[in-house]
Structure formats: C-alpha cells, structure tokens
Design a binder for this molecule. Sequence first.
Ligand code: FMN
Length: 481
Amino acid sequence: MAANILMFCQGTPVASLTVRQLDDKLKKLLRLRAARHGRSMEDEVRTILKAAAEDTSRDILEGFEPRAQSAQQRSPAAEAGGPRILLIIGGGIAAYKSLDLIRRLQDRGTNLRCVLTQAAQHFVTPLAVGALAGERAYTDLFDPQSEFDVGHIRLARDADLIVVAPATADLIAKMAGGHADDLATAVLLATDKPVLIAPAMNPQMWAAKATQRNLAQLAADGIHRVGPNAGAMAERGEAGLGRMAEPLEIVVAVEALLQSAGALSGRRVLVTSGPTSEPIDPVRFIANRSSGKQGHAIAAAAAAAGADVVLVSGPVAVPDPAGVTVVKVETARQMLDAVDKALPVDIAIFAAAVADWRAAEPSAIKIKKQNGRTPTLKLIENPDILSTIAHRKYGRPRLVIGFAAETDHVIANAKIKLAKKGCDWILANDVSPATGIMGGDSNTIHLITPTAVESWPPQSKDDVARTLIERIAAELEGDKR
Ligand SMILES: Cc1cc2nc3c(=O)[nH]c(=O)nc-3n(C[C@H](O)[C@H](O)[C@H](O)COP(=O)(O)O)c2cc1C
C-alpha cells in the first residue's frame, strides 16, 4: 500500500509524503480504523500523523486548533457510514430553519458537514451549526486549519450531495456566474456531485428578472431545486412566493436525489424529445406544440442517475441538459437516423412528438399564391420510430418506452398503442388544450405496461422524469434477481 499525503500551508501544497511497504497486518488495521471512523485510508493516515505531530511538537503546530469534535463524538449514524451531505447555509432569514434541517438530516442517518457564508453567520452561529452537526462548521476559504484538515476541494468531493439552504438570491447569482470568491462558492464550483438548492428570498427578489435568468441557467447546468413555497415571509407583513421549502420537504428531495444517484450507472439511455419539423418549402413547415420539456427532463434525470445519455432532439427552445450528448435534428427521418446511430442502448425512451406525415414533395423554392387557386398539399406517412425500434429482432433495447399524447379515451387508446407498437411501456397523457400539458411545466401520467395501469398524481415534468427513472431502475434491478 502506498498512501500519498499532500500537506497544505495557507492553501499551498508544501509536502507530499508517500508511505510504502506497510505489512499486511498494519494495512488491515488501518483499513479497519478508517472504516470505523468513516474516513478514507488516506485521511486516516493523515489524522494519525497529525495527532502524533501535535503530541510531540505542540510548539511547531501552534496556531492549528484540533478539530472541535473527534470522530468518536460523531453520531452513530454518521459512524455507520450513511450518505455524506454538505450543507451550505446562505445569509437569509430562513437560515434559522437550517438548524432544524440539520437535525432532520441526522435523524435519517446522514453524515453531515456544514459551510456557512459570511452573511449566514449574521443569522446563525458556526457554534450552533457545529454543535448540531457534530463537526465544526466551515466558514473561511483561507483558513489554514480547514485547508489542512479537509480543504475546499475535499469538501466539494467528499460528499454524495451538496444542499444549499437557504439559497439566497446572491448565492444563486454567484453559482450561475461561476464565482468562487468565498468557501461556499468555491466548493460549489469545484464539485462534481449533485447540488440541490432551496431558494429563500423576498417575493420581489424571487420575481426579479435577474434571479429568474440565473435560475434558468442553474436548471440548464443540472442543479436541482426544491421550492420555494408561497406564504408568509419571515419578515413581518411580507407574503408571496419565496419562502424556503420546509425542512421535511428538503429532506424528501434529498432522499429522492440520493436514491436516484447511481441507479442507472453503467447503463446507456436514449431519449428523443421535442417536435419534428417537416418542410413544405424553404420557409414553411409542419410541426406541433411539443416543447421538449418532458423529454429533456427525462434525459437530465437519467444523467443524474449516472446513465450515459444520448438525447435526440427536434427544434426546441429549452436548453440542453447538462452531462448529456445532444444530437439535434429537424425531420422524422433525421430523428430515426440519429436514433439508429445511437444504438445499442439499454433503455430507449421515445418522448418526441414525431410528425405522422410529411409533405410528399417539398418545394425547393417558396410556393407563391396562385391567383386565388389553393395549392394541394400531398402528405405521406413518416417512419414510425417507436415501432421500428420496438420490433427490432436484433439489438432491441432491454426497455422500449413510448409516449401516447391523447385527447380522448387516454388509457384505452394508450393500451391499443402499446400492443400495436410492440413497446414495453407507454406513458400516456391527456394533451387536450384544457390540461395545459403541451408546453406546460406539469404532467399527469398513466404508466401502461402489458399487465397493469399505474396512474401517477399530477406533478412537475421534472418529478415525472425522476419517477420514471426510479421505475426503470427498479425494473432493471428485478432482472438481476
Ligand atoms: C435581515 C436580512 C434578511 C435577509 N434575508 C434574505 C433572504 O431571505 N434571501 C436573500 O436572498 N437575501 C437575504 N438578505 C440579503 C443577503 O443577506 C445578502 O444578499 C448577502 O450578501 C447574501 O450573502 P450570501 O449569499 O453569501 O450568503 C437579507 C439581508 C438582511 C439584512
């Protein structure tokens, strides 16, 4: 075993130490110690060295305070190696609720570390946060103690999930802009882990164009969000949208993210999304009202669950999801071609609203008015992408999932579609204009399988995507049994 230890002084590495030729018994003891303390072996060696150095060289180490709480003082759940969460507390009035959030996360066995922004310390103290979390709270990017102990990069990486609660307008803006001028933002920029924000601010700040622009950017960057809720603000007399989600709601969102993280790792997923656009002439085309929101949300959720995702998208205004390979197409035939090129995949989800017909003979030049005569538009049928892939004898994905956008007899029509197309599941939704589903942000889904119909409650398209990914992961897990 070789343990590489980088030593830091004021944030600059000054020494790298490699320990070689440890005998098997010592390796085993180290491994056991590290497991018991919930640390990596490298961290364990570092801790032992630090304690030994402090014992013998207190004068040299003057200025480095020992960690406020040893591993033995951590909660039994944390010791047992529960999920690791880094909670970043921003400077908003709702910071007081973060103290409750800490307790509730700990009740669920999480291993918690906390960072407070400078502004947050006006609302809650690092002492209170540290006492509740069982480990001192981190506050300063340039603190030699923190850099020696963990460092901002390690804080960013040694977590399964980062939660920002409250996420102030300021933190949201800094995240969207890629700032890193304090510990919280440096950690957020340096992380490769999922991030969940719980915004909290005055309704005017929430509605501000700049805040909404920044939130759209964060959504495009794959940042997850819970809340805000509407209701009374902490400031007396203020009410509206901007109240931080309640601690229990945040815990539910955390659990959902932790559950889905890695659920599809090692799987390849294909998603189609958006409308297709079929040319009539160089300026006119046949299209439909699909926004791509649902398909893009599914691609994002599959990527968040660790899948290798290819998204084949028709023309849409929604941004590309983070961490996904996006292939942009216009027509149904281009979409089928791109789907073919993306195969083989484990799971194919056909959420695109593919035009059933295209102009038989699109004109190469703009069709002009013909002295009152109405031109005849001859249509021919487009290839049926879902049916083509579902009926493949060779290289058929393990799960082929289609969407049925219906305006009447939703479940009955979807059942017929399932049988006709030969797919495994159909997600049926009612796209009558009154439902607002086409182009809207929420969806009501009936999952039709050959043996059952599951009606999901109305929920956001992001939540539909997460629910679908959980269902897929459970189905694939069943294969192993
Ligand atoms: C009493 C008080 C309450 C505040 N509450 C909020 C809030 O709820 N949400 C918010 O975005 N900003 C709030 N602010 C403004 C932030 O504290 C300020 O923008 C600060 O720079 C945020 O820093 P941070 O994002 O680094 O934590 C409040 C300020 C004061 C003085």
